[in-house]
Design a protein around this ligand. Structure first.
Ligand SMILES: [Zn+2]
Length: 500
């Protein structure tokens, strides 16, 4: 008797998690072009914000200085390169570690995914770098009320007393602090450019708004206060640089590509939005002119909770300019953007190498587009290859995961993968582990000698499916042997056993 392995007829690696959630990634074409991106509308649907959103934005002097060199009318070449920034989360809890609003690993992973779905559309990506709780009942109870303590308005002592002296920060990361009230992007504090958020804003538009500040954007309306009626103080309507009334480069957010916008949609007279967030009001600016297309869908405005939807091309260009000119330049000691390959590493869990199998497979960040390719015939790679190693053979695409998929995301055995926001071409992390043993399985016997509906199924427990004599014990015939693994993957092999 001999037995012939016909080959892997179908090898379904975690098909249940490699699913296409939507038809395509709507906004990320093969290579984004900063000059033709005009408006991106995020397909985010926020639940109703629980509290009024007020942002205590403090500019970063170095960014402001460099921004003066940002010339919207003569954009230099964009390097088209993805920038990856580490992000680390902190939450202030009571001295005993409790909180009524405790956020956990999944919330921080979801927040990172939200940022990547949004900023990843123009090549700015975030690598989740962990989270910590800061135990302090005083700061947990802090209400940020400037009437009680004028220094609390910008929370400066939050950094001076709590964060910096106790080293509650990661120098090379974007540090995001979750508190119970208040928030904003708070300029430069010692070696970091931190953001503080109310807990409810962590998985909302708030974190996108504050991250826009972090990357150098101002509010579309300029200052916090309602614009005064002094015509010199508000941004005028004209976008024509030759108009004597033109002041868009020095007022508001100092961008021509965003229209002049009044202060809060619900605190400025005659501002009206329809159900689709379109402006239908009759508000006038401090020059007595009607507002034209004010930015009430913009992430950097104060708009209705469901209307935070878009960045304009000028804002995108400015954020990438700030990263290039400031983060990669004079602030290079503060922000390390060379973390591309880190996104290919799991944020939790461990690869199986050899020995007993645990049920903690590595997981990867949601919010990115993944494509898995077949490496099952590439040879044995019991440990995944390094990011730099591109020497392995690979075959066809066997699955994709869309950035909208909430997770969990695993790396199936027998595949390598690419993250499309980083690289459309070269798969990395070839993993083809031959040490894994199945937890159970089944033997399907095709009684007619070819695959059809006439078959029997014999379940196999762990001992049976791992029995090296399993095939020898089979009578001649056509079989499909299915092996199930602890991480949820399955492997099916067709066996034709013939008489000698
Ligand atoms: Zn703000």
């Amino acid at each position: 008797m001999n037995c012939r392995r016909i080959g892997v007829v179908w090898k379904s690696n975690q098909i249940q998690i490699i699913m296409k959630i939507k038809n395509s990634s709507a906004f990320f074409s093969k290579r984004f072009n900063i000059f033709i991106v005009i408006v991106i509308i995020s397909n985010l649907h926020f639940v109703k914000a629980q509290e009024e959103f007020d942002c205590e934005y403090t500019p970063v002097p170095l960014v402001e200085l460099s921004s003066a060199n940002f010339n919207e009318l003569q954009l230099g070449p964009d390097d088209g390169r993805p920038y990856v920034i580490n992000i680390h989360f902190w939450q202030v809890v009571r001295d005993d570690g409790t909180s009524d609003n405790l956020r956990t690993l999944q919330d921080f992973i979801d927040a990172t995914a939200l940022l990547n779905r949004t900023f990843g559309q123009f090549g700015v990506l975030f690598k989740y770098d962990g989270y910590d709780y800061i135990e302090s009942t005083y700061w947990y109870d802090w209400d940020g009320d400037p009437l009680e303590d004028p220094t609390e308005m910008n929370g400066q002592n939050f950094y001076d007393e709590l964060i910096l002296p106790n080293n509650h920060y990661i120098p090379l990361s974007y540090n995001v602090y979750v508190v119970n009230i208040g928030g904003g992007s708070h300029g430069q504090q010692g070696p970091i450019l931190p953001t503080r958020l109310s807990y409810w804003g962590l998985n909302e538009y708030v974190i996108i708004h504050e991250t826009g500040h972090f990357l150098g954007l101002n509010h579309t309306f300029g200052t916090y206060e309602e614009p005064s009626n002094n015509p010199d103080l508000c941004e005028h309507q004209t976008r024509n640089i030759n108009d004597p009334d033109f002041n868009a480069l020095t007022h508001g957010d100092k961008l021509i590509g965003t229209y002049a916008t009044p202060y809060k949609y619900d605190e400025y007279p005659d501002v009206l939005l329809d159900g689709n967030c379109n402006y239908v009001g009759t508000a006038v600016d401090c020059n007595g002119e009607f507002y034209i297309n004010p930015e009430y869908k913009n992430f950097m405005s104060y708009t209705r909770y469901d209307c935070y939807q878009e960045f304009k091309g000028a804002q995108i260009a400015k954020m990438r300019f700030v990263i290039r000119e400031v983060f990669l330049g004079p602030l290079n000691t503060h922000i390390d953007t060379i973390h591309r390959k880190e996104l290919y590493k799991p944020y939790i869990g461990e690869y199986y190498v050899v020995g007993p199998q645990t049920n903690h497979p590595p997981q990867f960040q949601p919010g990115l587009d993944y494509e898995f390719v077949d490496v099952s015939q590439a040879g044995t790679y019991n440990v995944p290859t390094e990011y730099e190693d591109t020497s392995f053979w690979y075959g066809q695409t066997v699955g994709t995961i869309n950035k909208e998929y909430p997770g969990p995301i695993y790396h199936p055995n027998g595949t390598a993968f690419k993250i499309l926001q980083l690289d459309q071409n070269q798969p990395r992390m070839c993993y083809n582990n031959t040490n894994r043993t199945p937890s159970d399985g089944s033997v399907i016997h095709f009684l007619d000698g070819y695959p059809n509906g006439n078959y029997t199924i014999t379940p196999q427990d762990s001992t049976q499916i791992n029995n090296s004599e399993l095939i020898n014990t089979l009578n001649p015939g056509l079989y499909n042997i299915q092996k199930n693994y602890l991480d949820g993957s399955t492997e099916q092999v067709m066996i034709l056993k013939e008489n000698e």
